[in-house]
Write a protein that binds this ligand. Structure first.
Ligand SMILES: [Fe+2]
Ligand SMILES: [Fe+2]
Length: 172
């Protein structure tokens, strides 16, 4: 059985992952609508699906532990980016914050001797290494080309090659 505070922490993390999904969805829309960058848009849309997966994984875990998973109201993402570079910056900072949250839950699991949650959070620790690394690399490339449109279009083309999540094609 999960502790009351762990149940709360995991429900908060579900909300964070679902907020992440919305954040990247908004970025995905903006990249296509405002900047004509279909590849960046596609990459963010794929990320949206991945974030929903992160939320689902916690829900499944909670159900298997007999804990109540709950969906909470989400705030709309605030548009603090103005182009692909600043969107990647915001995404990078956001993922660093998620990493800290994952660390806090891991710490709580260790203090409570909650080995099940510790095991789950190990997966998220690894996932966050991947997320931060990917976003940092894309951001570094965007910084490299700065205002050269041809360079940006090259990265855009590259990002378009990200494999789509299963069933993604049914929606467009
Ligand atoms: Fe995530
Ligand atoms: Fe990932």
């Amino acid at each position: 059985m999960l502790s009351k505070q762990m149940t709360q922490a995991l429900n908060d993390q579900i909300a964070s992952e679902m907020y992440s999904a919305n954040l990247y969805l908004q970025m995905g829309l903006d990249m296509a609508q405002d900047h004509g960058l279909q590849g960046f848009s596609h990459w963010f849309m794929c990320q949206w699906a991945e974030e929903l997966g992160h939320a689902l994984k916690i829900m499944h875990y909670m159900m298997s532990r007999g804990a109540d998973a709950k969906i909470s109201a989400l705030e709309a993402p605030e548009k603090t980016w103005k182009d692909a570079r600043t969107a990647m910056e915001v995404a990078y900072k956001h993922e660093q914050m998620i990493t800290r949250q994952v660390g806090d839950i891991m710490k709580m699991a260790k203090t409570e001797n909650d080995y099940g949650t510790e095991c789950l959070m190990r997966w998220y620790v690894g996932e966050q290494i991947e997320e931060e690394d990917t976003v940092r690399r894309i951001h570094a490339q965007v910084m490299m080309v700065r205002d050269q449109k041809s360079g940006l279009l090259f990265i855009d083309k590259e990002l378009h090659t990200r494999p789509e999540p299963a069933h993604f094609h049914d929606y467009h």
